[in-house]
Design a protein around this ligand. Sequence first.
Ligand SMILES: NC(=O)c1ccc[n+]([C@@H]2O[C@H](COP(=O)([O-])OP(=O)(O)OC[C@H]3O[C@@H](n4cnc5c(N)ncnc54)[C@H](OP(=O)(O)O)[C@@H]3O)[C@@H](O)[C@H]2O)c1
Length: 229
Amino acid sequence: MKEFEEDVSTLKTKEKMKAIVYNKKNYPEKLVCCEIDKPVPNDNEVLIKVHAVSLNAADYRSMKMGLIPAGKIFGADIAGRVEKAGKNISLFKPGDEVMGDLASFGFGGLAEYVTAPEKALIIKPRPVSFDDAAALPIAAMTALQALRDKACIQKGQKVLIIGSSGGVGTFAVQLAKYYGAEVTGVCSSKNVQQTLSLGAHYVIDYTKEKFTKKETGMTSFWELMEIIR
Ligand SMILES: NC(=O)c1ccc[n+]([C@@H]2O[C@H](COP(=O)([O-])OP(=O)(O)OC[C@H]3O[C@@H](n4cnc5c(N)ncnc54)[C@H](OP(=O)(O)O)[C@@H]3O)[C@@H](O)[C@H]2O)c1
């Protein structure tokens, strides 16, 4: 009887939330909006009220490859407000506006609430909206790491951004411009104006001009760079 009472009280107190859950078994469309238990943060996690989530390659490629998050909820890039902080959390407190990339921490952003360790998050700058913040983490960090950390971009360099109208490329064009490079984007006709509006100095429309080694018959990256000089 005691056990039964405990079960009933748990059911009564368990808070619910809406989430978009991967459910291949029961639904052919796979993603289903339903009501599930609101997550409870452990001592090393914060509970975030999700204000915005964005989808990118990490979500759809994981789904295509059958890499389904344990909680069956996709959504890596999020922005929101901390609702609760576990007792070992030192960087964030309830009310803080945060943004982050949950791809390495179980995803879960396609829900009203998600839990995350503090290393997945940073404080969202106040002037940046939740929507804009959620669009940044994976794609913008990829562009930043490629240009600043790997390529060590320098002012005055000539930079070719292949895929300048894509998720990563749109950030790469803006960052390369910010670092003072001369930027050439590569995209299709419909996105030429967009690439220019992001700050590119030149655009190669890959549907009209050849730019790869195969198409140009060139033998090296440096020869390839010659065609944009
Ligand atoms: N998104 C991320 O956060 C992320 C993170 C890590 C790594 N990556 C990797 O980065 C790469 C780009 O990802 P993304 O998300 O930015 O892709 P995306 O949003 O699909 O963009 C693809 C880009 O490539 C251009 N493109 C398509 N076909 C082309 C061709 N034949 N020649 C030249 N350009 C062509 C597209 O131009 P049009 O649209 O004008 O046709 C567009 O600018 C992928 O290899 C991805 O795996 C992405």
